[in-house]
Every structure is written in structure tokens, then in C-alpha cells.
Design a protein around this ligand. Structure first.
Ligand SMILES: Nc1ncnc2c1ncn2[C@@H]1O[C@H](COP(=O)(O)OP(=O)(O)O)[C@@H](O)[C@H]1O
Ligand SMILES: [Mg+2]
Length: 271
């Protein structure tokens, strides 16, 4: 008997015994994980630990070999409903309210900043293919509203001066920022960031930290981030999970994690 019941009513997402096996390789081994609604949670661990694979399972890119993923999806009429995500397509998962960025930036390089954000909006459009092809009045009104919304997001998060620039011409830090804004355009209630500080210098990392705080305060959402920059993780997360060889080896508050012998060992082993 399967019951879609969360272990903790305060969660926005929970995984229950999620395993992902590639051929003989156990990339995720019975992962039990939860993100508290409204929190910033971090997932850390050495390279190859399974962190990105875990994001890929949450977002429908991979279907886990075993286990359950339960997400509290907001309902149009208000409130929310627990929905099992396993087996759903990435598009469907996005529409339910889970957005993500990628470890290696994935922007449409030859489109403008505004166009990149508009693409994010697209999953919220009511007009189907017909509307888009024939551009009836409703579709055009909807498109204008999307453009307005995209522009506002860019303004809110510091990219309005670059709206017409090609994505590829932005400084690296702004490309990371744009990817986050595009994810926000899907109106998520859970935002997943895969190594958002990768490749950023110290100043850009500080700006990213401010950006993440700003997003959490202004948008009504929860954030889960994979990150290697320990000072960033320790300064913004309320809860930290540590993964090694596909298993959660520790979880707790940042200070607790910092002093956890298993965590110290996992990290010293990597250096
Ligand atoms: N599609 C795949 N096919 C086979 N092995 C994979 C696939 N995706 C990831 N892996 C393997 O799973 C393990 C975890 O990788 P990954 O999730 O990228 O780690 P992390 O993000 O923690 O660095 C690695 O050994 C990786 O090679
Ligand atoms: Mg990774």
C-alpha cells in the first residue's frame, strides 16, 4: 500500500528511501531528506557524492530506481496538496512549483536577457500552441503580461540595465544571476540551486549571498542549494545535509555540521 504522507508536516519536499542506480553504481542509497517550508537548506559533500543526481531525481530528469519524492504543491484555489513527483516529466515538476539552476550554466546564449526570462515564464502561460501560433487577443495580452512580469523580475534583481544584451555577453556573475531570475520566472515555491557560487570571485559570491537572502525574503519560497563554498553555506543555511557515496552521512545546523567528525573525515579525505 502506498500512502503519500509526509513524515513532517512542516516540509515542502521530502524524499523517502530514494535510491538511484546506474548499472552497478549506486549513486543514491536510500536518501531520506526534507526541506522545511520557508527555509534555506544546503546539500554538501565531496565531488561525486551524488548531489547533482539527487537534484536530477527531484526535478524529473532521472526517475529514481526506488523510493518516494513528495512535494507540497500549491493549489490554484489556495492551500497545497502533497504530490508524488517520481515519474513526472521535468516540465510537469516545474509547473508544480519546483525550479532549478544547473551546475554548468544553461542559458540561451544568443537570446537576450529578457528573452531568457520569458522562456522561464512560458510554463505558466495558459495559451497553448494554437494561441501561440495564431496570436489571438488573449494570447497577446498574456504575452504582454509575461514581458512586464519578466522585466519587473529583472529590475528587482538587478539586471534591468542588461535586458537587451545577449546572455553570452554578460559578465559571469550576472549569467549566474540571470539563471536564477529565469528560474524565478516559473514562480516556484521551491528553488534548487546547483553550485550557484561555482566560478564566482569573492565579490560576486558576496553579491550572490545577498541575492539569495533577498529572494527568500521577497518571494514566498524555500531554497535548497548544493554548494562547495563553506563560508557561504555556513552563513546562509538553516539546515545542512552532508552526502558521501550517495548516502546522507550527517544533517543538522551549520555549527553542528562543522564539528561533526564524519563530515570532517569526508572532507579531509577529499583534499
Ligand atoms: N547518467 C549517469 N550515468 C551513470 N553514472 C552517473 C550518471 N549521472 C551521475 N552518475 C554518477 O553518479 C555519481 C554521482 O555524481 P553526481 O551526482 O554528479 O555527484 P556530485 O554532484 O555530488 O558531484 C558519480 O559517480 C557519477 O559518475
Ligand atoms: Mg554536482
Amino acid at each position: 500500500m502506498t500512502e503519500n504522507v509526509m513524515n513532517n508536516p512542516a516540509s515542502i519536499i521530502e524524499t523517502q528511501d530514494v535510491s538511484m542506480i546506474f548499472g552497478g553504481l549506486v549513486a543514491l542509497d536510500e536518501v531520506n531528506f526534507r526541506v522545511e517550508k520557508g527555509s534555506i537548506t544546503a546539500l554538501i559533500g565531496p565531488n561525486g557524492a551524488g548531489k547533482t543526481t539527487f537534484f536530477n531525481c527531484l526535478t524529473g530528469i532521472y526517475t529514481p530506481t526506488r523510493g518516494r519524492i513528495l512535494f507540497k504543491a500549491p493549489q490554484p484555489e489556495g492551500g497545497d496538496q502533497v504530490v508524488p513527483l517520481r515519474g513526472l516529466s521535468p516540465d510537469k515538476v516545474t509547473t508544480l512549483g519546483v525550479a532549478r539552476t544547473f551546475q554548468n550554466i544553461r542559458l540561451f546564449n544568443n537570446l537576450t536577457v529578457l528573452e531568457n526570462v520569458l522562456i522561464g515564464c512560458h510554463c505558466r502561460m495558459k495559451a497553448g500552441l494554437w494561441g501561440a501560433l495564431f496570436r489571438d487577443k488573449n494570447t497577446m495580452a498574456e504575452e504582454n503580461a509575461m514581458a512586464e512580469y519578466s522585466y519587473q523580475l529583472l529590475e528587482k534583481y538587478g539586471l534591468s540595465r542588461a535586458v537587451n544584451d545577449l546572455a553570452k555577453n554578460l559578465p559571469y556573475g550576472d549569467q549566474r544571476r540571470l539563471e536564477i531570475v529565469r528560474a524565478l520566472a516559473t514562480r516556484p515555491s521551491l528553488l534548487l540551486l546547483d553550485e550557484p557560487a561555482a566560478g564566482l570571485n569573492i565579490n560576486e559570491t558576496r553579491e550572490l549571498k545577498d541575492l539569495i537572502h533577498l529572494i527568500r525574503d521577497r518571494e514566498n519560497l524555500s531554497i535548497l542549494l548544493i554548494e562547495h563554498d563553506m563560508s557561504l553555506v555556513m552563513s546562509i543555511s538553516e539546515k545542512v545535509y552532508v552526502m558521501e557515496y550517495g548516502r546522507v552521512i550527517a544533517q543538522g545546523g551549520p555549527l553542528e555540521i562543522k564539528n561533526d567528525p564524519a563530515v570532517i573525515k569526508a572532507y579531509l579525505g577529499e583534499e
